[in-house]
Design a binder for this molecule. Structure first.
Ligand code: GSH
Length: 201
């Protein structure tokens, strides 16, 4: 089975962390590609040309990090990273949606910055930045609802905060949110986080 990823994609990093946390690295190969170059193996599996995409041994390929993470977690068996039901399940699902929302705005900002100066929309970028800062300010509360046990919610939130460090280094979220910073530092120590850290840009 092939998991199509890149070293910097935060969405792919979620799935790469799930592989490690669930002991699946021997069953699923990580295949590094650049999705922005539309490689044939990616387009053959995912017409949207996005990562992560999971090319399974049997069945259709799966894509979108939420689907891929849930499928991998189920593949590994019980007692996984997503509670089966109840309030804990919704807290984990909500934390992932919250984190992915921040990622979407951050990725949009990166793409906008890559456009020629005259084609950028400073108004849109300012609005996205307000949303990012507002959502990060709400993250302690979102995190506080998560189960005691390490979950996909923790993974998504930690990956997102690390991605802010990579792409919006001027946003000093640690000074504004010291409790969140302390929690992030603890999660960042995990082997799964260290092994998937993006290369310095
Ligand atoms: N909602 C998707 C987002 C995936 C996504 O946008 N991945 C980016 C990499 S960070 C990508 O593949 N971009 C290539 C492109 O848009 O052409 C997910 O959670 O998997």
């Amino acid at each position: 089975m092939q998991l199509l990823v890149s070293p910097t994609s935060p969405y792919a990093r979620k799935a790469r962390i799930v592989l490690r946390e669930r002991g699946l690295t021997g069953r699923v190969n990580e295949c590094f590609i650049n999705p922005h170059q539309d490689p044939a193996e990616l387009l053959a599996a995912n017409p949207l040309g996005k990562i992560p995409t999971l090319a399974r041994d049997e069945g259709t390929p799966l894509y979108d990090s939420r689907v891929v993470c849930e499928w991998l977690d189920a593949l590994a068996g019980d007692d996984g990273l997503i509670p089966a039901g109840g309030a804990e399940r919704w807290a984990v699902r909500h934390a992932e949606a919250h984190a992915d929302g921040i990622l979407d705005l951050t990725v949009a900002t990166v793409m906008e910055r890559a456009r020629a100066a005259g084609e950028q929309s400073p108004g849109s970028m300012a609005r996205w930045r307000e949303k990012i800062e507002r959502a990060v300010a709400a993250t302690d509360t979102v995190r506080g609802a998560l189960p005691e046990r390490f979950s996909l919610g923790d993974i998504a939130l930690a990956v997102t905060l690390s991605y802010l460090d990579l792409r919006l280094p001027d946003f000093d979220w640690r000074t504004a949110h010291p409790t969140l910073a302390e929690w992030h530092a603890g999660v960042a120590e995990r082997a799964s986080m260290r092994e998937t850290a993006p290369p310095a840009q």
